[in-house]
Design a protein around this ligand. Structure first.
Ligand code: SF4
Length: 183
């Protein structure tokens, strides 16, 4: 039987959701028998997201141009996309900057000009530092999402309860406190 082509992606998040994924402990060994990890910051250092991915967990919100480009690519090449954690589902912590200003320029000015003690200047590294989006947004405002898995981070139990049915060809039931409580 062909293994499921499995990926995880890290956008604008703290990597805590990926740390929770690693808390799956011995289930990771079971998982390794069933899936081929084709892209993940915790397992391989590929520069490009591959074609024909079956399942992908996407952590983090969309905060910059790199996040946006990667999310479009992931959606195009992935059969089942899971919005993984509160930052992906609601934009959560990265979106705190949305309250500060309607624009990325306003946020940068506040951080690098108004609050600078010495040498106020905007960071400038074209082609190296990706451009900030004007607003930080959750994934579903940009691409269709198949499954929402909230949590900051989602517990290992919740991750397992989501992935296990999927690996058996069933749809997980994302309902009830254990599966969809935020925070
Ligand atoms: S949902 Fe929480 S743990 Fe996950 S990336 Fe966001 S802040 Fe970190």
């Amino acid at each position: 039987m062909d293994k499921i082509r499995f990926a995880t992606v890290w956008l604008a998040g703290c990597s805590g959701c990926h740390m929770s994924f690693l808390d799956l402990d011995e289930f990771l060994i079971d998982l390794a028998d069933l899936v081929e990890v084709v892209y993940s910051p915790v397992a391989c250092d590929l520069k490009h997201y591959p074609d024909n991915v079956d399942v992908c967990l996407v952590e983090g919100a969309v905060a910059n141009q790199d996040n946006l480009d990667l999310l479009y690519e992931v959606r195009r090449k992935t059969r089942l996309l899971i919005s993984f954690g509160d930052c992906a589902v609601t934009a959560n912590v990265p979106a705190l900057r949305n309250r500060l200003s309607e624009s990325a320029a306003g946020v940068l000015d506040r951080g690098y000009l108004e609050l600078a003690d010495t040498n106020p200047q905007r960071p400038y590294a074209p082609g190296i530092v990706p451009e900030l989006m004007e607003r930080v947004t959750p994934l579903h405002e940009i691409v269709p999402i198949d499954i929402f898995m909230p949590g900051c981070p989602p517990s290992a139990d919740r991750i397992r309860a989501t992935l296990e049915p999927l690996l058996q060809g069933r749809t997980p039931t994302m309902a009830g406190r254990e599966m969809i409580k935020f925070g």
